[in-house]
Design a protein around this ligand. Structure first.
Ligand code: PPE
Length: 307
């Protein structure tokens, strides 16, 4: 169960958590055209808190809306300010932020007509996405029987609610089969991403990640590519296959929720030594330092606030 907070921001007002309700004929509930973000904030070492890459997340929310021809009746600055306001009112120094824009009730049928575009911002505490041990020991992954979206079926640059039907199907299957996460291949059979994470592999010191195509353009992915280059690694965006991945020295997932999660097994093949490898460890450390405000070089990635 999600841990309740005091308030949810709903169309410009802070309403009590239990009163943030919608009508059953909400268009998005029927047809899945809504857009959302997943953002984290962290308590910093020097006191205070910071939202990680707030500007980029809010920008992606608006781009997702544009792709889906939804006009959000607020500016990016207004949504950013509302996020900080919601965190403060809920006294959440560290946690997860979920903005969601959806098509409200009005007309029914596939064409949404002039139904209102509504916006909520919810926040709650959220620990390690894939379990407390995952960040240290790594997780077990299985190639899904479900193919990731073809770019001309669902537009993958948008973080669209309906895109996640594919993720839910794959995640359920992976968990039922005793794994922690599903590895999803694109329509051509190359490694795409996971149900809510991007993927990296490391071989002979070179870090590789799937190119933008069928994947969500992850903000963690981009941050890790920058931090890896800082640490002197070569990073390439290139397609790779599941058998390339089986032969990796290391592999890991990235995502706001998943942060940097090592992969220790794929389809019963042990990856590297079957534990968190040195490159993954170095990148995890670098990432957490930035999040906690310990790397002044990336101070501009942090929207600081105090509760
Ligand atoms: N791919 C997908 C499909 C995805 O959903 C996410 C985020 C990513 C990649 C990584 O993107 P970024 O967070 O910008 O690095 N998934 C969000 C939702 C997870 C959920 O279960 O809900 C998240 O991590 O917040």
């Amino acid at each position: 169960m999600v841990q309740k907070a005091d308030k949810i921001w709903f169309d410009g007002k802070l309403v009590p958590w239990d009163e943030a309700q919608v009508h059953v004929l909400t268009h998005t509930l029927h047809y899945g055209v809504g857009v959302f973000e997943g953002i984290r904030c962290y308590a910093c070492t020097d006191g205070g808190s910071a939202v990680f890459r707030l500007r980029e997340h809010v920008e992606r929310l608006f781009l997702s809306a544009k792709i889906n021809e939804m006009v959000i009746p607020f500016s990016q600055d207004e949504i950013s300010a509302a996020i900080i306001e919601t965190l403060k009112v809920n006294k959440l120094a560290e946690g997860y932020i979920r903005p969601l824009c959806f098509i409200g009730a009005g007309a029914m049928g596939v064409f949404p007509g002039n139904n209102p575009i509504q916006t909520i911002i919810a926040t709650w505490p959220w620990g390690a996405y894939l379990g407390a041990e995952a960040l240290e020991k790594g997780i077990r992954v299985k190639t899904s029987t479900f193919t990731r979206h073809h770019v001309n079926v669902m537009m993958t640059k948008a973080k669209t609610c309906g895109n996640y039907v594919n993720s839910v199907l794959a995640k359920r299957e992976a968990l039922a089969d005793g794994y922690n996460e599903a590895l999803m291949l694109d329509a051509e059979g190359y490694v795409s991403e996971a149900t809510g994470e991007n993927i990296f592999m490391v071989r002979n010191g070179v870090i590789k990640t799937s190119p933008l195509g069928s994947i969500l353009s992850g903000i963690t992915r981009e941050s890790i590519m920058i931090l890896a280059e800082d640490l002197g690694y070569t990073v390439v965006e290139d397609r790779f296959t599941r058998d390339d991945l089986y032969c990796a020295d290391e592999a890991f997932f990235t995502g706001t929720a998943a942060e940097v999660t090592p992969i220790r097994e794929v389809d019963r093949r042990t990856i590297g030594q079957g534990s968190r490898g040195p490159v993954t460890t170095a990148l995890q450390e670098a990432y957490f330092k930035v999040l906690r405000g310990e790397n002044p070089k990336y101070g501009q990635w942090l929207a600081r606030f105090a509760i």
